[in-house]
Every structure is written in C-alpha cells, then in structure tokens.
Design a protein around this ligand. Structure first.
Ligand code: GAL
Length: 649
C-alpha cells in the first residue's frame, strides 16, 4: 500500500524542489499532494493565469517518480477577488461577514462563487487533465471546516427559501410538516421564512432548524459535485477525491462521499479523545462508500492546534500508519513534508523539520514503506457487526439534546469503543443500508422514524439477525416532530416492548441498574422505563421509583432477536451485553486493539504499558519473525502481525 506526503512547492525556492522530491523517493514515498491553496499564485490578476511554476513543480515531482494528487484551490479565493466582490464572503451565525486572511472565507452557495470556482477548476483540468504526472485530483480542502458549511448571507437566505419552495411544493405542505400553528408561525409567503441566525424569542422551530441543516449540507455536496464533473470531463481515468476533516459534522459525509470517486480523510489522532475514536472514524469513512479510502493527511509528529500539543513518542507514527491500513486505507499521505517557516502553521511538524532535517516521523514512514514493500499492508477481514448512524439524527439531537451532556457522537463512540475493547470489528454504515452479511446490528439513537426501515428491520431480524437499539429510538418523524404512536414508534411489535416513560437525568443524579442485583452501575443522562409485552427484561433499574422496572429487554422475533436498551448504555451495561450476544467477544487489556485479518491477526498496543495477550495456536510475526504459541508480550506501541504456521515452522 503506497505512502505519500502533502507538499507546498510554493513555500520553498524552486531550487529545493528536486532535492525534496529525491528525499521523498528515498523514503519510499510514492504520492505527493500539491496545489490546494494556491489560487492567488495560479491567477494573480483577474483572468490572468500563471502556471509556469506549477508546470515546473509537476515536471520535477513526476520525473523523480512521484505521482501527484492535484488540488483545486477553492478553499482560498484570492484577495483581489474578495476585495472586488465582498458579497462572496461568508456570513457567520452572528451575522458577521468574514474578511480576507484565513481560509474557507467564501460562500460556496453563492452562484457567482460557484461560477468562479468552476472557471479555475476548468483551467486546471484543461491544462493538467492528461498530464502523466497527475494521477489523482482532490476537490477543495476539508469542505465545511472552520464552521464554513453554514452561511447566513443574503444570497443564502434567498437560496434557502427557494429550496424550501421546491422541496415542499406548497406553503400548506411546509406549514403542516413543521407544525407552524404553534406560536402563530404559519407562513403565507416563502420570503417570511427566517434563517436560523435571525434573532427570535424562545428559539426557532426545531423542524426549521433541521431543514436548514439538511439544506446547508446539500449546498456543500453540490459545490463539490460541480467540480467533480469538470475533472471527470478532462481527466476521465483519474480518481477524484475530497478530504474530510473529522469533527466537522455540518456536512452529511455519506452524501459528500457519493459525489466523488474515492473518499479521503485527514487523520490527526491528537484531535481525538482515544485510540478507539480514531478507529471509529476510520470505520465511519470506510462505511461512507463501503469501500477502501485514503488518508490524505496523516499526523507526522506533534501538531499545532490542540489545547496542549503533546509529544509523539517513538513508534507512534508507525503505529498510526498500521492502524490506517488495517481499517481500510488504500493510500496514506503524511501532512506535511517540511515544517513551515511562514504564516499560520509554524509549530506543526513535518517529515522534515524547518531546517530540512528528517524527523523521527520520516524515519518511521520510511520503515513502514519498507515493511509494506516486503509484506504488503495488513488487510482486515470482513466485519459481521455494524453500527447504523445518520446525520439527520445527529443534527436533531444536537439541536435539542434535552439531557445536559447528551451527545450523539459520544454515544456512538462509547458503543464503538466498547466493541473495540472486546476485539469486535465493526462497520459503521448509514441507516437504511443493506444489512446482509451482518449478524448483529446496533442502531444508535435512530430518533427520526422511518416506516420502510422498520419493515426492513423486521424482515432482517425474522431471518436471523440480532438488532440492538438504544434510547431515543423512533421517537420523531423526519421533520423533527414527535410521533403520535407508543414508542418506539412502529417498532413495539419487533421489540416486544414499549417505552412506558422516559426521562433525562441530571449529571449529578444518575439512576442505577444491574444485570444482577449484586453489581449495580450508574445510568447517566437518560432512562427509559420499558414495559414488555413479549420481551424478557435482562437489565432492571435498581434505584428510585423505577426500581425493579426493565431497563433493557430482549425478544425473540422469527429466527432472530431484538434488544431494546432503555437505559443510557454505560460501559458496564455494554460490557455485560456483548458476551451474551457475540461468542467471540473477549475483554482486552486497556489500550490493546485486535484486528482480525484475512490471514491472521494484528495486535496494536496504543498504551504506554507492557501487556500480554493470549494467542492459542502456532503463530509467526511477519515483522519480527518471532514464533508464538501461547501468548504475545506487547510493549508500548508494539505492532504484532501474526499469521498461522505449522508448529515451529
Ligand atoms: C488540516 C488541513 C491542512 C492543515 C492541517 C494542520 O485540517 O487540511 O491544510 O491545516 O489541518 O494539521
């Protein structure tokens, strides 16, 4: 599996480019991404293009044997443009128009900005579409980053109202769907419909807020798609990608991924709370198109934008790169080649330091390149467990978390993290996806109900699947209005239980529940008291007025089983659940990741501890050549890649 690096030739003298290219190749790097912020160099004056520098950079990199990913520069429109046309600048939620000097400052919904973006993209595609060195394209850079997916400018107001008109067809339909009889909100003209940034007393209607989030996401997808079309027309053989920044959840990444050939993401593990949160994001990205992905930017050492910017110990970059591959990355590019002397990111490390000396990150990248040259990269086996997620559920819960501290992503993370700590490989896929091939599926807070999905779940469980659903399942409709049925709406037969009552729980006042009365654990945030009709209670509340009431139920349905989790799934609840549902679930030592491969096992030690894990059988480590029969000792940041051998061979 190839490795590469992100490079900014425009930051360094041209005499340096050939030296850098040679040094990249010496470290086994094959890809180099360039160009994604270079608009003001490519078009220094309106309509006047300057591409000699890029021609020369491409020739230099290509003749050194590197394959180039060329970026379109639409994340950074030039100062002459924003000065001439300030109405293209984005307006934030407090009504302030951005100014020049950073990035992602343009409104990507604006038809004029879209036209200018298509023009610069067309220029690049015409000029480099069949360049032998340009092997892939990247659209823009981190669409939606810096809160940029949601703009509140006058152009957006008009576009949003027009979109509502074409989506709902009539004001009567919109008024009905949004429940605008509440507080006399009924609209009689599309132009009366506010933007969420407009100040109101008592907050906006949650149906309007969710619709705006859907609309804003679609704008980004359309902006990307328009550029993809241009590249496809001029470079039909080259994959077109775009790179996702985790944490930016203003865009439905499933929709964005559908607009490109291959999806990529930017992996800075220090921006995550845990190693399993990084693995989750890998699996989320793999699930977007249900195909391998690229890591377009991999953290190469310390970075500059977290609160503490901690050190990166020896072995860590190599470990992260193995984690990338084992979760489905096809190509991994490090960000960046050389630490930058100028402007905003001077404290960010690179594979070279500011003085052009190779860093530890460079040595580890070179080591991985050599190892994968010799053995290929580790490939995970297909997973049989899936998490179902959805961006509309996420947005609706962000808009009205109801319980202090409720976070959809934290819930996804805690369920994924618990499965990972039990050695269970997981796909993270969109609600409504085909479920064949899975034996267990967890629907994570699927709040917005969907009757056709309810039928899909019934059929899938009846045929033998195990469906687990969490609190807040099927409580509202797709417009974010509450259901008029017992909860979970339209699913009480499948779960053999109803939600008798539900409540938020203050952080200082959790309830308790237990698998067996001797071992109660806290239930934070949320509790649903379940009323079984056919299901069996498997966890009960042990505190307060709900003592003895079911907190989790399980129900046989056809050949399968449905499990309804009413209590917020605390670690103890989940740790009790997996071994009951998954025969191969085994609690692993803290920090240890186990990935089942097509032809063996990968063990990664993400912790600072020396740990031992049991490996019954006869195994050889591809990397060290060591032979193991009982157990493997894993030192901090160890990578052990086992394949089965005949005893002692
Ligand atoms: C990414 C971005 C890069 C660079 C990097 C620094 O989010 O795409 O351009 O800013 O962060 O870590």
């Amino acid at each position: 599996m190839p490795l590469g690096v992100c490079y900014y030739p425009e930051h360094w003298p041209a005499e340096r480019w050939a030296i850098d290219a040679r040094m990249m190749r010496e470290r086994g790097l094959e890809w180099v991404r360039i160009g994604e912020f270079a608009w003001s160099l490519l078009e220094p004056r309106p309509g006047v293009y300057s591409t000699d520098w890029l021609d020369q950079a491409l020739t230099t990199l290509h003749s050194a044997g590197l394959k180039v990913v060329l970026g379109t520069p639409t994340a950074t429109p030039p100062a002459w443009l924003t000065a001439r046309e300030p109405s293209l600048l984005r307006v934030d939620s407090s009504g302030r128009r951005l100014s020049h000097g950073g990035r992602r400052h343009a409104c990507t919904t604006n038809p004029r900005y879209r036209k200018l973006s298509r023009t610069i993209t067309t220029m690049l595609a015409e000029r480099y579409g069949d360049h032998p060195g340009v092997a892939a394209w990247q659209i823009d850079n981190e669409l939606g980053n810096h809160g940029s997916a949601r703009c509140y400018c006058p152009t957006c107001r008009h576009a949003w109202q027009q979109w509502l008109c074409s989506t709902f067809g009539s004001l009567a339909a919109l008024n009905q769907a949004w429940g605008t009889t509440f507080w006399s909100q009924t609209y009689s003209d599309w132009e009366q419909i506010p933007l969420p940034s407009d100040p109101v007393g008592g907050g906006h209607n949650p149906a309007l807020l969710l619709a705006y989030r859907r609309w804003a996401s679609l704008q980004q997808v359309e902006f990307c798609r328009q550029q993809v079309e241009i590249i496809h027309a001029h470079a039909p053989q080259r994959p077109v990608l775009t790179n996702i920044a985790p944490g930016d959840d203003e865009i439905d990444w499933f929709d964005l991924a559908a607009s490109v050939d291959v999806i990529a993401w930017d992996n800075y593990p220090h921006g995550f709370p845990s190693w399993s949160a990084v693995s989750l994001f890998h699996d989320h990205i793999r699930g977007l198109k249900r195909q391998p992905f690229w890591v377009m930017e991999q953290q190469p050492g310390p970075i500059n934008w977290t609160p503490t910017n901690p050190p990166v110990p020896p072995g860590q970059v190599r470990l992260w790169t193995y984690q990338d591959a084992a979760h489905g990355a096809d190509n991994v590019l490090f960000f960046r080649w050389r630490a930058c002397r100028i402007a905003q990111e001077q404290y960010h490390s690179g594979l070279l330091n500011h003085a052009a000396q190779p860093t530890r990150g460079a040595a580890e990248a070179a080591q991985v390149a050599q190892e994968w040259q010799a053995h290929g990269a580790p490939q995970a086996a297909p997973r049989h467990v899936a998490l179902l997620i959805d961006y509309a559920d996420l947005w609706a819960q962000q808009l009205d978390p109801h319980a202090q501290g409720w976070s959809y992503w934290k819930l996804v993370q805690s369920i994924y993290g618990s499965l990972a700590r039990h050695g269970i490989g997981v796909d993270v896929i969109r609600r409504g996806s085909d479920l064949s091939g899975y034996s267990l599926v967890v629907a994570v807070a699927p709040m917005l109900s969907n009757p056709s999905e309810a039928s899909q779940w019934r059929d899938w469980v009846a045929a033998g699947g195990t469906l687990v659903a969490t609190p807040r399942t099927f409580t509202k409709d797709q417009h974010n209005c509450w259901s008029d049925q017992p909860l979970p709406a339209g699913l009480t037969d499948l779960f053999g239980a109803e939600v008798a009552e539900w409540t938020a729980l203050a952080p200082s006042e959790p309830w308790q529940a237990a698998w067996d009365a001797a071992h109660p654990f806290d239930v934070p945030l949320w509790a649903e008291v379940l009323q079984p009709t056919l299901a069996n209670p498997i966890v009960r509340y042990t505190s307060g007025y709900a003592t003895g009431s079911p907190a989790v139920t399980a129900c046989t349905y056809g050949k399968g089983m449905s499990v309804l989790i009413g209590a917020y799934p605390a670690p103890e609840l989940l740790a009790g659940l997996w071994p009951r549902l998954l025969p191969n679930a085994v609690a692993l030592p803290p920090g240890i990741e186990h990935i089942t491969l097509d032809d063996g096992h990968l063990w990664l030690n993400h912790s600072d501890n020396h740990t031992t894990v049991a490996v019954p059988g006869s195994w050889r480590d591809r990397l060290s050549g060591h032979h193991y029969t009982q157990e493997v000792a894993l030192e901090p940041r160890a990578i052990v890649w086992l394949h089965q051998t005949q005893d002692g061979v």
